[in-house]
Design a protein around this ligand. Structure first.
Ligand code: ARG
Length: 572
């Protein structure tokens, strides 16, 4: 049992002793949730706010805190003090250090990992790029939030299924084929990749302004794809391969992978039964020639299922995909990591599923997020004002290399470290704030080795590794944990002790940034410790304790960075 759970249990016992007759007092689990770590260690190691008890006890919180502290009988907490309605707990510092250090040494990078998800499946729909479009910075968040959540759920013992729900269906692909047939060449597209496809698409629209008949030609080509025409399909498949080949380079750089690439086109032959089901359940109504599910009771516009021309839409495929995923994976949750602009779309889709009678519709979650701007400028695809992710990543690696050349010219394997640092800087920025907040990407911040940044946390890890390499040159006696009772060591230990909670909370709220925050706090606390204490000097048994703390810090930072998708170089 961890310390917070134990304190919560003890508070609960104390409450029951003091007020055996009172109903409505919180259970230990709730008490645990209320326990906090005060920002200043002088206020204790943990604090319990008594405000929640005021109603049930009809007493003011400061009085409750006093009674609870007076009635406290448990030796493992060194001291407990009432302050302004809080109970402040002061732990026995040596015990705390010893217990935690032993647990950390046993679990290493698996500290915080658990089996709580055993037997449960989470589907994650993330990245979900569009065919014939370049991977731009707008797809960074979905990719990294999804990837991180997948690792977090894996860490908690869930089975996870990562799905790249490709945008590979729609009339625009007919237009692309049309443009390719008219103005493109095989060599050009092979060479230019997705950029060449994008250029063809732009050309199509320019020409169609002058010659509207092109639109019909485009539609005809799409019809051919739908009807399985050999030529149309082979060009379309080829476009898809080109897009995925380009995307694979970005995924490689980011270290991201998927279990499934079943995109929109995968559901084409699976929609009919679902549409029939909607009809059988009397959910389809006709509206201006189109078939829709009426959602007026839910204060939402109708969900379009079949357009006037008989074509299905994005939502039809998402409804079908959800049913397919439930039947195939039997998910306990299906997460859709998609920008907040699609909020209404997902509310409609989930509501339709609910109306179909699927109780699991409630297990579908839209994990939305804000926008990314770049050096203060908003991005828009339409105006061509986009930042291509591959360029951004390569630039970041280049800039990291320049900094490394300057800071540590003798470092071995510089290129590889620059890759880890450059990519880490971009990912860290993306996952450094609550996901719904907009992000402004700025080079000076992302690559600031001293600020709150990926390189800063990575550098701290490398610093720990360097101390450990030096320590490995000699042997050490058993650690004397009395060496870890100072304020700096205790702050660091407290932060580390919270890590399992942080992971759980990050999973519960779908918020990878909580882990970013936690590793940053740990890195800062370690650096403070490092400046105040000489790790390898002094009495050997005490040095051994400080070395163990350094090792635990390195392992913890590495584990945390892994969960947000960032590598941890050992030298920088
Ligand atoms: N391809 C879409 C886009 O780029 C995102 C798809 C999200 N997933 C889904 N199942 N609808 O906007």
């Amino acid at each position: 049992m961890d310390m917070m759970t134990r304190i919560a249990t003890l508070i609960s016992e104390t409450m029951k002793n003091l007020w055996p007759e009172t109903a409505g007092l919180p259970a230990p689990e709730e008490l645990r949730g209320l326990l906090a770590v005060p920002p200043d260690p002088k206020m204790g190691d943990y604090a319990f706010p008594c405000f929640r008890l005021a109603k049930a006890l009809r007493t003011a919180p400061p009085k409750i805190a006093e009674s609870l502290c007076a009635g406290w009988q448990h030796g493992e907490v060194a001291r407990v003090e009432p302050v302004n309605g809080y109970m402040n707990f002061f732990l026995n510092r040596v015990h705390f250090a010893e217990e935690l250090m032993e647990e950390l040494a046993a679990k290493k990078e698996r500290f915080g990992a658990s089996e709580e998800g055993k037997g449960k499946t989470i589907c994650l729909d993330y990245s979900s790029i569009n065919i014939a479009k370049r991977f731009h910075i707008g797809h960074l968040s979905t990719t990294m939030i999804g990837h991180s959540l997948k690792r977090i759920y894996d860490f908690l013992g869930y089975r996870t299924v990562g799905i790249n729900h490709l945008g590979d269906w729609g009339t625009q692909f007919g237009k692309m084929i049309c443009a390719y047939k008219k103005w493109g060449t095989k060599e050009e597209v092979e060479q230019g990749g997705v950029a060449a496809l994008e250029a063809l698409y732009v050309r199509f629209h320019e020409e169609a302004e002058k010659d509207p008949a092109l639109e019909d030609e485009g539609r005809a080509w799409f019809k051919k794809i739908e009807d399985g025409d050999e030529e149309a399909l082979s060009i379309f498949t080829w476009f898809k391969e080109i897009t995925l080949k380009d995307a694979a380079r970005v995924y490689d750089l980011l270290g991201v992978s998927f279990d499934s690439y079943a995109g929109e086109s995968f559901y084409i032959d699976k929609m009919e039964p679902v549409i029939q089901e909607l009809r059988d359940k009397n959910l389809l109504t006709q509206s201006e020639g189109a078939w829709v599910v009426d959602l007026s009771e839910d204060n939402m516009p109708p969900c379009l299922i079949i357009k006037k021309d008989g074509a299905t839409i994005y939502a039809t495929r998402d409804i079908t995909a959800a049913v397919y995923r439930q039947n195939t994976y039997h998910f306990d949750k299906c997460l859709y990591v998609v920008a907040y602009q699609q909020d209404l779309h997902f509310r409609q889709v989930f509501r339709v599923l609910e109306k179909m009678g699927y109780a699991w519709a409630r297990d579908c979650v839209h994990v939305s997020f804000g926008m990314v701007s770049f050096e203060g400028a908003a991005l828009s695809t339409r105006k061509g004002n986009t930042v291509h992710l591959e360029d951004l990543l390569n630039q970041s690696v280049q800039k990291a290399l320049e900094i490394i050349e300057e800071k540590s010219p003798n470092l071995e394997d510089k290129e590889n470290v620059a890759r880890q640092v450059g990519i880490g800087a971009v990912i860290y920025t993306d996952l450094s704030n609550s996901r719904i907040k907009d992000i402004d990407f700025r080079w000076d911040r992302a690559l600031n080795f001293d600020g709150e940044s990926g390189p800063y946390v990575q550098y701290t890890h490398a610093r720990c590794c360097s101390v450990l390499r030096k320590a490995a040159e000699q042997s050490w006696p058993a650690p004397d944990w009395n060496a870890l009772t100072d304020d700096e060591a205790q702050s660091l230990l407290r932060l580390m002790s919270r890590f399992p909670d942080v992971v759980r909370e990050a999973a519960e709220k779908y918020e990878p940034f909580m882990i970013t925050r936690a590793v940053t706090d740990i890195a800062q606390a370690f650096n403070k410790y490092y400046y105040e204490h000489r790790i390898l000097d002094g009495e050997p048994a005490q040095a051994a304790a400080r070395i163990a703390l350094t090792r635990a810090t390195a392992e913890q930072i590495k584990a945390g960075l892994y969960l947000i998708g960032i590598e941890a170089p050992e030298r920088m």
